[in-house]
Design a protein. Structure first.
Length: 294
């Protein structure tokens, strides 16, 4: 059996705080956990507060199999929280609290040396971690100071937590781009690419034409399935969803991306990568937790 592939995720650790419970999350944490479950050596570069939620987050991350070497503990900041309120129809409203620990990741040259020494195969990041100048600088420092064979960007656009610059940084640096059909429309609104068709295959081809750095584009379309497009060979694959009883869709996209990546790193055909991704996300939606027990 070969050496495990190494994945470094940079981003937020967030507790979703409901009126009567709280759940650990954050797309990078979910992604890192599923990468570990799919056989990768998985690190998370983030920050928590020196509070009870921070201690619990670290414990959960280790339980998920995530390497926590690069999760900072900041005594003057709170661990990330997203306050969730439900209306009379149980429709949720989310408020991601500002200036959380993960908004204040500071890196030094010694940190970059440690990252370089691990010879990471894939760097993962999105847009929320870029909402503050401090953590945005950390992402840029890792991108500029460390070399990665692949850079996986999942846009994960959240209201009031992204801008044209953060989206553009992803698009310009990714070799693998994961985007939802909802987020794709925002790219057009920003003028970051143009396409006259609403067809998924036309969309991925137009994005590939605009951004020559991309190797693969994953376009997820909710319950309509997902498309993968290899920008180098022009191979495209459509994948239907795998039927499953839906308990919660939280973390489904993160699990899809992680399972796809794990298969891709092991040189599986594009069609098998998509199949593995769909199976993993079906497993997740049939559970309440974003990272269910195996």
């Amino acid at each position: 059996m070969g050496q495990k592939k190494k994945v470094l995720s940079i981003g937020e650790i967030i507790w979703d705080v409901y009126p009567n419970e709280q759940c650990i999350g954050g797309a990078p944490l979910n992604f890192a956990a599923h990468c570990a479950a799919c056989g990768c050596e998985s690190w998370l570069l983030s920050a928590v507060g020196a509070d009870a939620r921070g201690a619990e987050a670290l414990e959960r991350a280790r339980k998920f199999g995530i390497r926590t070497d690069w999760i900072q503990s900041l005594p003057d900041k709170l661990t990330g929280q997203c306050l969730v309120t439900l209306d009379e129809g149980r429709v949720p409203t989310y408020r991601i609290l500002p200036d959380a620990a993960y908004d204040n990741i500071a890196l030094h040259e010694t940190d970059l040396d440690r990252i370089r020494a691990e010879h990471i195969d894939v760097l993962y990041f999105g847009t929320l971690i870029q909402r503050s100048p401090v953590s945005r600088s950390a992402v840029s420092a890792v991108l500029e100071g460390c070399g990665f064979p692949e850079v996986f960007c999942d846009l994960n656009l959240r209201p009031d937590c992204y801008g044209k610059d953060s989206v553009s940084l992803c698009l310009r640096n990714a070799t693998i781009l994961k985007i939802s059909d909802e987020d794709e429309r925002l790219l057009r609104a920003f003028g970051l690419y143009s396409c006259i068709s609403e067809e998924p295959e036309a969309i991925v081809r137009a994005i590939a034409h605009r951004y020559g750095n991309l190797n693969v584009i994953l376009l997820t379309c909710g319950n309509k399935g997902a498309y993968a497009y290899d920008c180098r060979t022009q191979e495209s694959v459509f994948q239907n969803i795998v039927p499953a009883p839906v308990v919660s869709t939280v973390g489904a996209g993160d699990s899809f991306g992680a399972a796809w990546l794990a298969a891709y790193l092991n040189r599986a055909p594009l069609s098998l990568c998509m199949k593995k991704a769909a199976e993993r996300s079906a497993f997740v939606v049939s559970h309440k937790e974003a990272v269910p027990e195996e």
